[in-house]
Structure formats: C-alpha cells, structure tokens
Design a protein around this ligand. Structure first.
Ligand SMILES: *Cc1c(COP(=O)(O)O)cnc(C)c1O
Length: 418
C-alpha cells in the first residue's frame, strides 16, 4: 500500500520555498527584459546553452524557483509554470499535437478541459475519443492505432471515479504513447511521474495555493532517456530535432519553443510568488483536509435525511472503494458530492448553507459548494453531462480547513426537511 510521507514534505516545502541566507521569503523579479553580459552570452541564452533569463514570456527567476520546487515535489526532472491550469494543459497539447492527430481522454474531465478538447482542439483538427476509466478494450485499441497522447485526471471531477493509474501508465509505456495526468486534486497523495507517467499538470490555483489569491498552473516533466525513450518513436518525428539537441531536458524546450513562445501562457512573477506562499503549507493542508473529507463523508452518510446522499470513495457504497483503499490510502483530494435528486432541492440546500461558500473553485482553504448542471456544465449536451456524471441534483463540495464537525453540521441543518 502506498503512503504519503507528510513529515518529509512538511520539511521539504518550507525550506525549498524559504531561503536560509539573505531574504527568507522568495524574491519577486518582475522584470520583463534581462540585460545580457555581451553578444556571445546572448547567443548562448537563445541557444539554451547558457541558463540565464531571456525574456519573461519564456520564463523569469521567480517562476524558475517555483518550477524547481514543484519538479522536486512531483519527482520530476523539470517544470514550467503557466498562467493557469488550462494554460498548462493547452501548452502540453499544443506542443505535441497537430491537425490530424487524436487525443485519447480517459474518464470524466473538469469542465474547462472537456470544452478545450471537444471544442477548441477539434476546431484545430485534433480529434478525440472519450472512454470510461475501466474501458481497457477502447484504451488499447486507440494505443494500437498509434495515437500520440493520452489525457487523464487522477480523480474524476465531479464523478469521483478513480482510474487504475498504474495499469494505464504501463499500457501507455508499452505502446510508446505520451501520458499527461492532471493531478490537480491529489498533489502529494499521488506522484504519477514516479509511477512511470510522462507529464503531470496542476492547476496551482487550487490545492497548491489554497488561498484563492493566485491563478496559476504547472507542468512537470520526467527526464528523457538517452536510449529507447518513447520520444524517439517515429510518431514524434516533429520533435526529434529538439530531443537530439537537448537530451534529458528536452520536454522543456519542446513546450517553450512549440507553445509558450508563440502563445504566451506564461506565469508572471507576482503570481508565482503568491503560489509559493501557499505551497509552503501544502502538505499540512493536504493532510488535514483529507482527514476532514473522510470524517464529513462518514457523518453525512450516517445522518443525511432520506432522498439526499453523499458520494465519496471512502464509503463502502462507492464503486471505487477498493481502489481507494489500495491507491489513495491518505485520501483522494478535497472533493465529495451530494445527490439531492432534483435541481430544486439542490438549490434549496445550497441557499440554506451558513458557513459554506458557493463558488466555482476547488481546493480552497474554505469549504466550497456548487450546483454542477446549472453552472460549469450548463453549456453541455445532456449526453455529455451523463458521461461526466452530472445529474440534475448534483452538488460538488470541496472541503476546506474549518472544523469538520461544523461543516458536516452546516450541510445537515441545510438538508433538514427538504
Ligand atoms: C481548475 C482546474 C483546471 C483549470 O485550472 P485553472 O487554473 O482554472 O485554469 C484544470 N484541471 C482541473 C482538474 C481543475 O480543477
């Protein structure tokens, strides 16, 4: 069974974010441009041979500090900080996919990602197919076709379905196919790069910051192997020149030269500073919130009135309970959902909440709730909503740092007599 070493991360994060000598808090370097020592150095910087800032669209020293911490946290080789979580996902997809390629999407997605794949990427000629997390026949059939990339979330949002991540990683590696995992819901609880995945992205707006004061994203990459790397497969011919020149760290220049440079989804220094202020307490918050989620789910499961039910994989009623115990022994993130049966009852429950905030965020230090069908998924077809597990009475809840008993009681008083 896998366990998260929270004590290790408590020490690592505060010391990685802070400095022992000089200014203890991270330094903000807001400059857009950077003077080069001489013409030769400029040439070296542009050739990625000298590691100094070039121009802030392709990186700055504050981003670099955040990137090095998150690479270490995820067990990766390097990282790129982006303007938002969607920026990280679109950067990776743009860097590797072209018109005519196909993206395999496993499980239900966050609304923004679902729309990006279905509307924007397909408008640019990148096809897609979606399948259930356990539809291995479909997964293998697409991998056999020679597709270039697979995208998956560590925990389905809002379905809370848990994929068999190791099995999917192994399959992607067998077929030399890039696997991008959105680990937004489960930082520290799951480290997909150490399990063999290629790229991990986060919306750092969520758990990593926690304070809701900074929009940001991150993509973390594994090292490119000298021999037998999947990037050497002929299907990735259009990045071979960069792989050959940049070796182990090739994922970074591939994303910078094929997406960031032209599209500009870069993080800014102040945003990265704010992200680091949140990041230094991430492990404390993740440890507490995941304990609270279980406590609240169990209490609601026992005490909610008939007609309203709670869904979380820690409950025996969840189809993924066994997988939860095996893979997510320290929790699967801040989310749980409530099924109220009808939109009317869901609205009534939400509007009676005293402490819980109604908003479209997750992973906040405060507990948040939102009716799914009428908000994030309002533009979606009935068929898409069914696939994503969005029903008329569904409320998504993201648990925060408050006293879990207070939060459970807030939901219980709001559900009384509905
Ligand atoms: C919020 C979220 C995103 C998008 O992140 P932004 O920072 O809002 O752009 C992507 N994936 C998941 C799972 C999210 O929850």
């Amino acid at each position: 069974m896998h366990h998260t070493d929270f004590e290790y991360f408590h020490t690592l994060l505060v010391h990685e974010v802070g400095n022992k000598i000089g200014p203890v808090a991270p330094t903000i370097t807001p400059s857009a441009a950077y003077g080069y020592t001489d013409a030769k150095e400029a040439e070296g910087i542009f050739a990625s041979q000298v590691n100094k800032p070039l121009y802030a669209r392709v990186g700055n020293p504050t981003n670099a500090k955040l990137e090095s911490i998150l690479a270490k946290m995820e067990g990766g080789f390097g990282a790129i900080a982006t303007s938002s979580g969607m920026g990280a996902i679109s950067m990776v997809c743009t860097a590797f996919l072209s018109a005519g390629d196909e993206l395999l999407c496993i499980g239900g997605f966050f609304g923004g990602t679902y729309a990006y794949v279905n509307e924007t990427l397909s408008r640019f000629g990148v096809r897609n197919s979606f399948c259930d997390v356990d539809d291995f026949a479909h997964i293998e059939s697409r991998l056999k076709k020679g597709i270039k990339m697979v995208l998956m979330e560590s925990v389905g949002n809002p379905s809370l379905r848990l994929p068999d991540i190791q099995a999917i990683i192994d399959l992607c590696n067998r077929y030399d196919t890039l696997l991008l995992i959105d680990n937004t819901a489960t930082p520290l609880l799951l480290r997909p790069l150490l399990m063999g995945a290629d790229i991990v992205v986060h919306s750092s707006t969520k758990n990593i910051s926690g304070h809701s004061a900074s929009l940001g994203g991150i993509a973390v990459f594994r090292e490119v192997k000298e021999n037998g790397d999947k990037l050497h497969n002929p299907k990735y011919t259009d990045v071979h020149k960069i792989v050959k020149k940049m070796g182990k760290k090739a994922f970074i220049p591939i994303c910078k030269k094929r997406a960031i440079r032209d599209l500009g989804m870069t993080a800014n220094a102040f945003g990265s500073f704010m992200t680091m202020i949140g990041l230094e307490t991430l492990s404390l918050r993740v440890e507490r919130i995941n304990k609270s989620v279980e406590k609240i789910a169990l209490m609601l499961d026992e005490k909610l009135p008939k007609g309203i039910s709670v869904n979380h994989p820690c409950l025996h009623s969840s189809p993924d309970h066994t997988r939860y115990k095996k893979v997510f022994s320290d929790g699967c993130g801040p989310l749980l959902t409530l099924e109220c049966g009808t939109k009317k009852r869901a609205f009534a429950l939400l509007d009676r909440l005293q402490t819980v905030i109604q908003t479209a965020n997750i992973g906040d230090n405060r507990t948040l709730a939102l009716h799914m069908q009428s908000t994030i998924y309002s533009d979606f077809s009935e068929e898409a909503r069914r696939f994503l597990g969005v029903t008329e009475g569904l409320i998504r809840v993201s648990i925060g740092l408050e006293d879990p008993i207070d939060i459970a009681e807030d939901f219980l008083q709001a559900a009384q007599g509905l």
